[in-house]
Design a protein around this ligand. Structure first.
Ligand SMILES: Nc1ncnc2c1ncn2[C@@H]1O[C@H](COP(=O)(O)OP(=O)(O)OP(=O)(O)O)[C@@H](O)[C@H]1O
Length: 267
């Protein structure tokens, strides 16, 4: 095997960009189930990093480790390190609230609150203490524009978000994530519940967002990873098998297992 998770990938040796995240020898167990095995993964600034692999390989677990959401599962045990901007985030002295204003998350199913479109977007800034109506109006407009949904909702901001289509709801959730002016956006299969047209809109949006944000996206869809990501991490049974520039990983994978997966031989 030319690669293992303990080795530095081709990409990592060449990249001089700042890292937003780095996992170092990361292991994670749910009770006795080992879901992450010695994962070493850098995430670079203002890029889209895709995490791919068959069902149950640990993609979502890895993503949720980055914002420490995984710790909501009581049986979880973790060893190794996760660094955000060079700072270890797993230690007891790190306040998880510090991540909440830096890292937004978008889930598989759109999860708007049963509130107005306006209030969905204003929610984050409000809980972080912003009260000024003019400032909130500006944030709501900027975030909805940033999520490419402003024109569709600007005349119905007081209407319930639940009245939007699934694709619109997902873009609203992206606007909600943008409202806190995050550094990173984590996306867990953000288009898997959407129709093809809405999927394309969200993919186009992701492509625009990477100018200003670092994005990590978990996807089942290899074509999607190939279309929108700069680098791809391929996981299997909790191991990071291969990580490289997306073009390289899909055109000349280094590990036979990656090749088998991307050519549809399993998964
Ligand atoms: N809350 C949990 N409790 C116990 N085991 C879990 C829990 N969540 C995930 N696992 C296990 O951890 C492993 C990795 O799961 P994870 O959801 O991260 O994989 P995935 O690659 O995201 O899968 P999928 O593509 O199907 O969403 C699996 O064996 C899964 O059964």
């Amino acid at each position: 095997m030319r690669y293992s998770t303990a080795m530095t990938s081709r990409t990592d040796r060449q990249v001089t960009k700042p890292k937003v995240y780095e996992t170092i020898d990361l292991n994670l167990w749910y009770h006795e189930t080992k879901a992450l095995k010695n994962v070493n993964l850098p995430i670079y600034e203002k890029e889209v990093t895709a995490i791919i692999g068959p069902s149950g390989c640990g993609k979502s677990t890895l993503l949720k480790t980055l914002n420490r959401m995984v710790e909501l599962v009581p049986s979880v045990r973790i060893s190794g390190k996760v660094e955000y901007r060079g700072r270890s985030i797993l230690g007891k002295d790190f306040q998880v609230e510090q991540l909440r204003t830096k890292v937004g998350m978008v889930f598989q199913k759109p999860t708007p609150f049963p509130k107005s479109i306006y209030d969905n977007v204003a929610y984050g800034p409000k809980i972080h203490g912003l009260k000024d109506k003019k400032q909130l109006d500006e944030i709501v407009e900027r975030s909805l524009k940033g999520a490419a949904i402003w024109d569709e909702v600007k005349d119905r901001l007081k209407d319930s978000a639940l009245g939007l289509s699934g694709g619109q709801q997902q873009r609203l959730c992206i606007a909600r994530a943008l409202a806190i002016e995050p550094d990173v956006i984590l996306m867990d299969e953000p288009t898997s519940a959407l129709d093809p047209k809405s999927t394309i809109k969200v993919e186009e949006l992701i492509n625009e967002l990477k100018e200003n944000y670092s994005i990590v996206i978990v996807t089942h869809n290899m074509q999607q990873a190939a279309r929108i990501s700069d680098r791809t991490a391929f996981m299997l049974n909790g191991e990071l098998i291969e990580y490289d520039e997306t073009n390289t990983l899909f055109s000349t994978p280094s590990d036979q297992r990656t090749e088998d997966y991307i050519t549809g031989r399993f998964g």
